[in-house]
Design a protein around this ligand. Structure first.
Ligand code: PMP
Ligand code: GLN
Length: 414
């Protein structure tokens, strides 16, 4: 086995808790995928693409109708004309968008700044690209149950190292924070002061910002940031089609061109019928939907009510909800719960050296309450894993019945 895979030889948190869910039949507030059907207008476009005979390879950097519609949308988001052929690349989900961007931009030994906690996929992909993680923990305000970026700590990390890249994610997995304009502007000022620093902005949850007065900030729309940023996103979260795996990168030609050149060496093209269907669905999504101005407004309201249902239920179970502004998740502060010693003493395939408290707690909840939640230590690098001890991630992209049932079970246990 290649030495590149050293450290990537254990099951991930997703396989361990996915297996427990299957083995126990527990109710899942774990992995972030909706447990309902996608909207009919999206599924209909999937059928139509197959009926229309979109079955052969398409352009490697992206099916022409899809790059066309995405370039129009991003021209409006980023307040500049986006060239559909030179400034967009279609990928297998945002995961592959990230993989290709890192492979295209990182040299062995290059540092990548991560604001922790962050999506665990980042660590493995940075390693595969030969990069080195420079972690900067988010600042947590325990009294207000909120997370923010400590701009001084970030600037210090930029100045004391030689980072090549800063990886941003807003709305944020796992905290649900949508970083506000003043914080994003502060980051842009740091980036502007360091001309060699590039940014990857992972915006897969951008259509699920629903807190009052919160809004999604496209980092690349901030002054001077387009030239420095690759924006990643995908359709999975927006249209409840995580299995379609359609994603993309948008950015300046100098950063997108190497990704476009790399793409056909990874696969000739992303599924053509899926791209075709998505192009059509994106056009229809702007039409009035279920009594709302468009599909995106309906989606926000759906998530707003689910987040409240989960937060209220966790409160009843003695878990303090740390409610963010968007995304699929919220963090629960579990410091009031006493985890049985038996779970704290365990070793598991994914944690062969012994589990951390958050991991033990999630196994306790899975086996004794029948509820899957996700421990947050995988969202931190080794020196910072202790920061995860009290925090567990709960997904609310689940049916109301599932959320209610999970909360009732948690309340009965705790
Ligand atoms: N980024 C973040 C922050 C995520 O939570 C996820 C998980 N779905 C992804 C990227 C990957 O998205 P995709 O399923 O489109 O590959
Ligand atoms: N992004 C999703 C989550 O955080 C899915 C994770 C995954 O498939 N690796 O739950």
């Amino acid at each position: 086995v290649s030495a590149r895979l050293n450290g990537l030889d254990k099951p991930t948190v997703w396989s361990e808790f996915g297996d427990i869910a299957r083995e126990t039949g527990a109710v899942s507030l774990g992995q972030g995928f909706p447990d309902w059907k996608p909207p009919d207008f999206v599924v209909a476009q999937g059928h139509a693409a197959l009926d229309e005979g979109v079955h052969q390879y398409t352009r490697p950097a992206g099916h022409p109708p899809l790059v066309e519609v995405l370039s129009k949308r991003y021209s409006s988001h980023l307040h500049r004309k986006i060239d559909p052929l030179k400034e967009v690349a279609i990928t297998v989900g945002a995961s592959q968008a990230l993989y290709l961007t890192l492979q295209a931009l990182i040299d062995p030994g290059d540092e990548v700044l991560l604001l922790e906690p962050c999506f665990d996929l980042y660590y493995g992909q940075i390693k595969l690209a030969g990069g080195v993680v420079r972690p900067v923990p988010l600042a947590v305000d325990v009294a207000r149950a909120t997370w923010t970026i400590d701009l001084d700590a970030l600037e210090k990390a930029v100045e004391t190292g030689r980072p090549k890249l800063l990886l941003l994610n807003s709305p944020h997995n796992p905290t649900g924070t949508a970083f506000p304009l003043e914080v994003m502007t502060g980051i842009a000022a740091i980036v502007a002061r360091h001309p060699n620093l590039l940014v990857i902005s992972d915006e897969v949850y951008k259509y699920t910002v629903y807190a009052e007065a919160a809004e999604h900030v496209h980092f690349a729309a901030l002054p001077g940031m387009f030239e420095r940023t690759v924006t990643l996103s995908s359709a999975g979260k927006t249209f409840s089609i995580t299995g379609w795996q359609a994603g993309w990168c948008v950015g300046p030609e100098r950063l997108i061109k190497p990704i476009q050149l790399l793409l056909p060496f990874v696969q000739f093209c992303v599924s053509a019928p899926i791209q075709h269907a998505l192009a059509k669905a994106l056009m229809i999504a702007d039409d009035p939907y279920e009594g709302h101005a468009n599909y995106y407004e309906w989606l926000k309201e759906l998530f707003r009510s689910k987040r409240k249902l989960l937060a209220d239920g966790l409160e009843r179970a003695g878990i303090r909800p740390m409610v963010g502004h968007g995304g699929f998740f919220l963090m629960g502060d579990t410091s009031r719960l006493l985890v049985p010693q038996k779970y704290l003493d365990e070793r598991t395939p994914a944690a062969p050296d012994g589990v951390t408290r958050d991991w033990a707690l999630c196994r306790w909840l899975a086996y004794e309450a029948g509820v899957i939640a996700i421990p947050t230590s995988p969202f931190f690098s080794p020196p910072n894993k202790h920061l995860a001890a009290n925090y567990v991630r709960f997904a609310f992209c689940k049916s109301d019945d599932t959320i209610r049932e999970a909360c009732d079970r948690l309340e009965a246990l705790t």
